[in-house]
Design a protein around this ligand. Sequence first.
Ligand SMILES: [Mn+2]
Length: 342
Amino acid sequence: MTMDPSNHHKNTSTSRRRSRKDALRDFLSHFQSKDQVLITIDPDPDAIGSALAVKRLLWHRVQSTTIGIIRPIRRLNNQTLARLLKLPLVQLKQCELSKYDRCIVVDGQPHHNDFFRQFSYTAVIDHHPLNSPVEAPFVDIRPHYGATSTIFSEYLKAAGIKPSQTLATAMLYGIKTDTRNFERHTIVEDIEAFRSLFNSANHNVLRKVEISDLSIKELKFFHKAVERKHVVRDRVFVHLDEVTSADILVEIAEFFLKIHDISWSIVSGIFEDSLIIVIRNDGYRKDAGKLVRKAFGGIGCAGGHTAMARAEIPMEKLIQVVGKRSSTAIERYIRKRMSHTE
Ligand SMILES: [Mn+2]
């Protein structure tokens, strides 16, 4: 950071630093050396990074800290993060909750879900909007922050702690995911936290985590997609029949956009008795949302933004229009609708 020589800046930054130290002291004052502390999280990257930061802040200050996740980790990227960094995350069991003396929730608030609601929290540290009042001995909620990990990078700084590689990597990934690589809701504090964590993080792990969004089972859909694709000028169309999740359609739609002269990718499949059509384009002078509403808005629900859109049509309705449930008929229908509304 550049130094501003003016006194005004000096004063504000000094007072801010002092108040952060006060906040840290206040936070720590709620814990005693005999405490067994439970940190509860809904395990997304920002919550994981924040919980690890709490664990570090309370290290050697309390008897034990446990990071309890309220559900199994679903996203493959996050599973990869936990596996590569060997993160100490514990799936919480109802019967074991009574042994903890103090509970903390980070990157969430007590009323956010039924699991959190059962605890009487000692501390709540979060960045989500404050829609209903939060009562706890220590509350630090900053809705203007892009990530809770950013708040914790300030606590670590106030405590004079240099984060370990594992901690820095998890917090950096938390900030990157919550701000979608600074494409949304980012303030200068998030960028400053990113900068201060950057050199301590393991960028090889981070890269592997960020690209790990496929399972080996899903490869068969890629195989099918490559075999079945229809290229019409700068558009790729693929219909995949039954799929095991709608996410695979998104992954395949994004995959085809990697082809340098393809501008549109239109990938469809049947999931839970609806036809789902996922559309991606290069985002230049195009409007996927408008196109999809025109093409399919009359028969199903359709919407999106300039570069990404999606339509869902109940199979019952689709068959009324298409006549039969065959792949070729469905595919031809989608292609026709998409070209009529150019
Ligand atoms: Mn968050």
